[in-house]
Design a protein around this ligand. Structure first.
Ligand code: AMP
Length: 223
């Protein structure tokens, strides 16, 4: 059976991270989230982090040439042999074209693009209540509160709001999504790769829907 090379797209707060974690668990694939890679680079003060920080703090995208090489290199690691789950990349048409070229060079092609749709008003509510611990555990003040306010249940560390989850930054990130990333929906639809999911449904329903879609794809592949 060929690899499962998957992309998750959708606006910030659509639940891509949650569904990616399910895919990792269900299929044992490596999770490649460019937002996580960039946040780690900022924290470590690397060259990449220095280039990215200003854009990220403003809720803007980092330039394509900053991120494209990072992903191309990551995809060459051994653990992507059976596939990968890309979250947060591509975010623009030039990034999507660069990804096609990288995969082409590796003799691979995307299996599916999973697009999670959620209306903006729901997203604003979800993102502005999001809290994270330094180790990445994610909570929500209303929908998934920690047992003790502002403290991580898992490791007892204080919870914080991501700087770009502040309300004015969220508005900017949604604008950027609609302007620069939403065109990818048509881009992948034209290539017959797009599968849409209703991200206002429960996490489990979205998970089941994604599983069913991928099972159908695999059945088609072996037919
Ligand atoms: P995320 O965690 O995916 O919401 O990403 C957080 C921030 O990292 C974004 O608002 C961008 O500033 C930056 N970023 C992440 N992925 C990309 C990408 N593929 N292209 C450009 N900027 C990105």
């Amino acid at each position: 059976m060929s690899e499962l090379d998957l992309i998750l797209i959708g606006p910030p707060g659509a639940g891509k991270g949650t569904q990616a974690a399910n895919l990792v668990e269900d299929f044992g694939l490596p999770y490649i989230a460019t937002g996580d890679i960039l946040r780690a680079a900022v924290k470590d003060g690397t060259e990449l982090g220095k280039k990215a920080k200003g854009y990220m703090d403003a809720g803007d995208l980092v330039p394509d040439d900053v991120i494209v090489g990072v992903v191309a290199e990551r995809l060459e690691d051994d653990d992507t042999r059976d596939g990968f789950v890309l979250d947060g990349f591509p975010r623009t048409i030039p990034q999507a074209e660069a990804l096609d070229r990288s995969l082409d060079e590796m003799g691979r092609r995307l299996t599916a693009v999973l697009c999670i749709d959620v209306p903006d008003d729901v997203l604003v509510k979800r993102i502005s209540g999001r809290r994270i611990c330094p180790d990445g555990h994610v909570y929500h003040v209303d929908f998934h509160p920690p047992k003790r306010e502002d403290v991580c249940d898992t490791d007892g560390k204080p919870l914080e709001q991501r700087p770009d989850d502040a309300p004015d930054k969220v508005k900017r990130r949604l604008e950027v999504y609609h302007e620069q990333t939403a065109p990818l929906v048509d881009f992948y639809d034209d290539r017959g790769l797009l599968h849409r999911f209703d991200g206002t449904r429960s996490k489990d329903e979205v998970r089941d829907h994604i599983r069913a879609t991928l099972s159908t794809l695999r059945l088609e592949e072996t037919a």
